[in-house]
Design a protein around this ligand. Structure first.
Ligand code: ADP
Ligand code: 5GP
Length: 187
């Protein structure tokens, strides 16, 4: 039995979490990789469901103990994916879903090559992305500015991956994303 690695990558504010929540509902067989992060929890987030929210010293200990398959500093915080989750999932033939920034994608591709299927989601424009971040209302102004600036850099990589989905109309975007994931799961 062979496992499957599906990675979603999108600049913050694109609408990735919105699309992923539908994907998780429609594909309960997909095992969601719950990352560790040192960023502060947003209202409504659940520790152990959205992320494992841990301290910088705990994160650095886990780096030293080689507990991450990949980790990166994104928007000034640590984020990392559990090595044990991936190793055990692959051994058991599980289908796994990841939400990573481009550094994390590069690390996964370096390890798993074509076995890691990467879907990049792009916003209609940087202005619309900023508007979405402001409408979401979860981040202070300086964090939004940092995320918009990082988004401009990440968008330069949009054609480097296996699939590209535009999130303009959310229903259209989900339809396309779901088609790609369904196809990958049935392959
Ligand atoms: P991300 O996880 O990529 O940072 P979110 O899923 O939190 O982004 O979405 C950011 C904001 O944009 C949320 O308020 C969400 O409801 C909204 N949003 C998501 N997709 C769309 C879309 N296609 N059109 C307009 N607003 C959207
Ligand atoms: P957010 O703080 O908005 O939840 O996520 C910020 C960014 O971190 C997003 O681009 C998301 O894809 C990325 N991210 C989340 N988890 C991980 C992870 O485990 N590793 C890496 N490299 N990036 C992650």
């Amino acid at each position: 039995m062979s496992g499957k690695l599906i990675v979603i990558c999108a600049p913050s504010g694109t609408g990735k979490s919105t699309l992923l929540s539908h994907l998780k509902e429609d594909h309960p067989d997909l095992q969601w990789s719950i990352s560790c992060t040192t960023r502060a929890m947003r209202p409504g987030e659940i520790n152990g469901k959205d992320y494992h929210f841990i301290t910088v010293s705990d994160f650095e200990k886990q780096i030293a103990d080689k507990e991450f398959i990949e980790w990166a500093i994104v928007h000034s915080n640590y984020y990392g994916s559990s090595k044990k989750f991936v190793d055990e999932g692959l051994k058991l033939g599980k289908k796994m879903l990841f939400d990573l920034d481009v550094q994390g994608v590069d690390s996964m591709k370096a390890i798993y090559g074509k076995e890691a299927h990467v879907i990049f989601i792009e916003p209609p424009s940087i202005e619309e992305l900023e508007k979405r971040l402001r409408t979401r209302g979860t981040d202070p102004d300086h964090v939004i500015k940092e995320r918009v600036s990082n988004a401009q850099r990440e968008l330069k990589r949009k054609n480097d991956f296996d699939y590209l989905v535009l999130n303009d109309d959310v229903n259209e975007a989900y339809k396309k994303l779901n088609e790609i994931v369904t196809c990958l799961l049935n392959a």
